[in-house]
Design a protein. Structure first.
Lengths: 264, 175
């Protein structure tokens, strides 16, 4: 009987404490406590992350041999196509530079980048978020775009002194103002459960084709225009719908992120 | 003091392991949840509620679900396990019984996470709703992974309990 009365007392106390913490969190007042608590496991996360990456790369070598052969053949074909494309692009570049000079445009493609390493994932698997080893001390701020090999992978949602959390573009809470690169039509790219993305709110008058590149629209100050997000996959919309909708295939492997860059 | 340090480092280590553990189709074993289950299961453990509270709090800070979801879920599950174990089972429980408790608790946890997330969506409008279909696919892989790792966590808990007991005996002898 004594056990139950003691358990009930402790449970009631902790329940009240939890409700207080939820209230403070929703109001945004629990930030200092959360920030301090988030720092505590950091050294252990580093150690485990290092061990985990070594094991992953060791086993990854064996499993990747057959994949590498297939990729090699595909890449050889791609190189030939890209060589041809490159010649055309060089001509465009010259033309573009001339135009920029004439119009006095500032070169928008030069971002100040902060390099970072992914040290962990969301431990519960209910959201697509990763933890980086860079924080406010390195100049990272909330809302900044995170790139991997030049491709947008997410946005910074929380920043601590030495770490930061990135909400990946595949998370359902992620909404990005996007543009179809070819036509310049605006749309929204949303994350969806199961590591995918959908492009939504595309006008019915727009010709949406599989493989079309999707880039950022630059409507938000934190997300510069023209950063590649992915390419259009399967069309999901119906003909009588107001807007078109399609899946978006990410242009980088979001499940195996290692090194990323954050735009300053 | 030894007890506090042991529990503190266990929670931190298990959280760090949870963060870096590779995900399999968005699923990953929940080491902190298993630690809570194991400790609530032990009849002579008086601190299981505190462990549930702090384990849940750390997961809430590091995960992206509605804040408080894991803290409340872990505490409710810990009380239920402790209550049923103390009331209905006097003898040493078998491994099958323990596995069943872990499995049922896991299903209960997913149910509680779903309910609290739905409540959270109404409170915090920027929160994403977890679709039932996604949860349905995730449940079974989560359960499978948790049942694989419940053994090592039980062992860890036994080692901690033994150290605490030895320490208590040594202190008693000194006095």
């Amino acid at each position: 009987m004594r056990f139950f009365s003691r358990t009930f007392t402790v449970f009631s106390f902790l329940l009240a404490l939890t409700l207080l913490l939820i209230f403070l969190h929703v109001r945004g007042l629990a930030k200092p406590v959360e920030s301090t608590a988030a720092q505590v496991p950091r050294p252990f996360v580093y150690v485990f992350s290092g061990i985990g990456n070594s094991i992953k790369s060791f086993f990854g070598y064996f499993s990747s041999v057959s994949k590498v052969n297939n990729q090699n053949a595909e890449l050889a074909a791609q190189v030939r196509t890209l060589q041809q494309d490159n010649i055309i692009l060089q001509q465009y570049k010259l033309e573009n530079e001339k135009l920029k000079k004439e119009l006095g445009y500032k070169d928008l493609s030069k971002y100040q980048l902060i390099p970072g390493t992914v040290i962990g994932m969301d431990p519960t698997g209910y959201s697509q978020a990763v933890v980086l080893n860079i924080g406010s001390n390195d100049g990272v701020r909330v809302g900044a775009a995170v790139l991997s090999e030049g491709v947008l992978v997410g946005k910074i949602i929380t920043v601590e002194s030495f770490t930061s959390k990135v909400l990946l573009v595949t998370d359902p809470q992620s909404n990005i103002d996007a543009q179809i690169s070819l036509t310049g039509d605006n749309a929204i790219v949303r994350g969806s459960y199961g590591s995918g993305m959908v492009i939504d709110l595309v006008s019915q008058s727009v010709q949406l084709n599989k493989g079309d590149e999707v880039v950022t629209a630059g409507l938000n100050a934190d997300l510069p225009k023209g950063i590649l997000i992915g390419s259009v996959g399967e069309l999901q919309s119906q003909k009588n719908g107001l807007f078109q909708k399609a899946t978006v295939v990410p242009s980088t492997d979001l499940k195996n992120l290692n090194f990323v860059s954050v735009i300053k | 003091m030894t007890k506090f340090l042991l529990y503190f480092f266990s929670i931190i280590l298990l959280l760090a392991l949870n963060i870096v553990f590779p995900t399999i189709r968005s699923s990953t074993p929940n080491f902190l949840f298993l630690f809570v289950v194991v400790n609530a299961f032990r009849k002579n453990n008086q601190d299981f509620l505190w462990l549930a509270f702090f384990s849940g709090l750390m997961l809430d800070i590091y995960s992206n679900v509605f804040f408080g979801t894991y803290t409340l879920s872990f505490m409710i599950i810990a009380v239920i396990i402790s209550y049923t174990t103390k009331i209905f089972f006097s003898a040493d429980p078998s491994i099958v019984y323990f596995g069943s408790v872990a499995a049922v608790s896991n299903l209960l946890l997913i149910g509680l996470v779903f309910i609290m997330n739905t409540v959270g969506v109404h409170i915090q409008s920027n929160l994403g709703r977890i679709p039932a279909l996604y949860l349905g696919q995730k449940i079974w892989i989560d359960l499978f992974l948790n049942l694989i790792f419940v053994g090592p966590i039980y062992y860890l808990s036994s080692v901690i309990e033994r150290i605490i007991e030895d320490n208590a005996k040594r202190s008693a002898r000194t006095f």
